[in-house]
Write a protein of this length. Structure first.
Length: 161
């Protein structure tokens, strides 16, 4: 149990850092001048949601609850990993990539399809940029979880039986 929670915390840290490196640095920018807000083809609805419509997203005005929530999601992902990884080939890379694929396809691709594409009318080229960010985030989180979970597998299996 402790190892799974530590793996989730590790994944949450990796996820939050990768979000800073992708969306915050390049996507939205530290000064709201990133490519996702300044592109001439961007949906005005999306720009308004992020910059003008009150209340602004929580991540803009009060990011701590969102950051904490992302850690909780990652702890949940670590528990899913613990349950699913036994059916996957051995090794943190094999298992981490599979988990990253699950997170990416079941969470981030759905999100991009349902919200930016469906609700905001965001152009596909910008969605593709966001999906590349989400892929990096999913892989950072899942590989971090897998690294912690697969550490000392012989010692871990001895404790079980």
């Amino acid at each position: 149990m402790k190892k799974t929670i530590v793996a989730g915390l590790s994944g949450g840290l990796a996820m939050n850092l990768m979000m800073l490196l992708t969306f915050r640095t390049f996507g939205f920018g530290w000064d709201a001048k990133g490519i996702l807000l300044t592109s001439p083809i961007q949906s005005q609805k999306l720009i308004a949601v992020w910059t003008r419509l009150e209340p602004l997203p929580l991540i803009v005005n009060n990011p701590l609850p969102v950051i904490a929530g992302l850690f909780l999601f990652s702890i949940g992902h670590a528990f899913l990993y613990r349950h699913l990884a036994v059916a996957w080939p051995l090794g943190f890379l094999n298992r981490g990539l599979r988990m990253g694929g699950l997170i990416f396809f079941m969470t981030y691709m759905f999100w991009e399809f349902f919200t930016p594409f469906n609700q905001f009318g965001e152009p596909l080229v910008l969605i593709a940029i966001e999906l590349s960010f989400w892929l990096a985030i999913a892989l950072a989180e899942s590989l971090s979880i897998a690294f912690v979970m697969e550490r000392n597998p012989a010692r871990h299996s001895q404790r079980r039986g």
